[in-house]
Design a protein around this ligand. Structure first.
Ligand code: FMN
Length: 235
């Protein structure tokens, strides 16, 4: 991309002020109790999903899926396995289970990577083979040791899924919409529920984290964070 195009694209985009961004980040809190009377508009919810879809991922593999759960029986069943969902289920307006690809789904030359590279990115057979054999496979094997134990490719996929999670939470906050990420659930039980209710193929996708969205029914809490001096350093 030429410098001219870069500058042109930036010039035509409205840049938010630092104050607006900071105020949204300060306002965002993991909402413990949602207001069950308020619903997110379709337009805002589509925008939040788009924030996940446009998220970056290592090698561009997008190794996640979003299960937007609307079935009230399934929501109730998830609630029973999820201590971390108290005050969010059924109160939240929307509820998403984020799944990450399994190690089997991410096998080099497996169906999913072929779909991503040839189907989505439009690589021809030669470009596809080069990307897998000369870039992804050697990186995963030698640089990041992802074949050392069977779970490691899946754990790597989960890291990518959390980028989509974070982007959804930030975009929601920018729109004045509350969220709560949820890991307080039994993964094995939720996996079984998704298999049973949604036909999830657990050989390929497994739930890693959930997200409740809506509007808070609680006061703002003061934020506690380590000081910047403890977090970032110049070397
Ligand atoms: C990956 C992840 C999982 C979390 N799981 C839960 C959960 O199950 N239930 C809950 O109430 N809060 C959960 N939280 C919220 C955290 O407790 C919260 O982000 C943290 O205390 C900081 O507070 P803040 O988000 O309000 O700034 C989770 C947060 C993250 C990032």
């Amino acid at each position: 991309m030429s410098r001219q195009t870069d500058d042109g694209a930036l010039a035509s985009r409205k840049i938010m002020s630092n104050a607006d961004i900071l105020s949204a980040l300060q306002w965002r809190q993991s909402t413990k109790k949602f207001d069950s009377t308020r619903q997110i508009s379709n337009e805002d919810f589509e925008l939040i999903l788009e924030a996940a879809r446009l998220s970056p991922s290592s090698f561009g593999f997008e190794p996640w899926n979003l299960l937007v759960i609307t079935d009230t029986d399934l929501l109730q069943a998830i609630r029973e396995t999820a201590w971390g969902a108290e005050g969010k289920l059924p109160e939240a307006s929307h509820f998403i289970v984020i799944t990450a690809k399994t190690s089997a789904a991410l096998e080099p030359h497996g169906e999913y990577l072929r779909h991503m590279l040839q189907g989505i990115r439009g690589y021809n057979a030669e470009e596809y083979a080069d990307y897998i054999d000369n870039w992804f496979e050697p990186w995963a094997r030698n640089d990041y040791g992802r074949f050392e134990t069977p779970q490691l490719l899946h754990e790597w996929a989960a890291r990518q899924a959390y980028i989509a999670l974070a982007n959804m939470m930030t975009v929601a906050a920018l729109r004045g919409i509350d969220t709560c990420p949820i890991e307080g659930f039994n993964q094995g039980k939720v996996t079984k529920l998704l298999e049973q209710f949604a036909g999830l193929d657990t050989a390929l996708d497994l739930p890693v984290v959930m997200l409740a969205l809506g509007y808070r029914a609680e006061a703002a809490r003061p934020k506690t964070r380590r000081p910047m001096s403890e977090i970032a350093c110049k070397i």
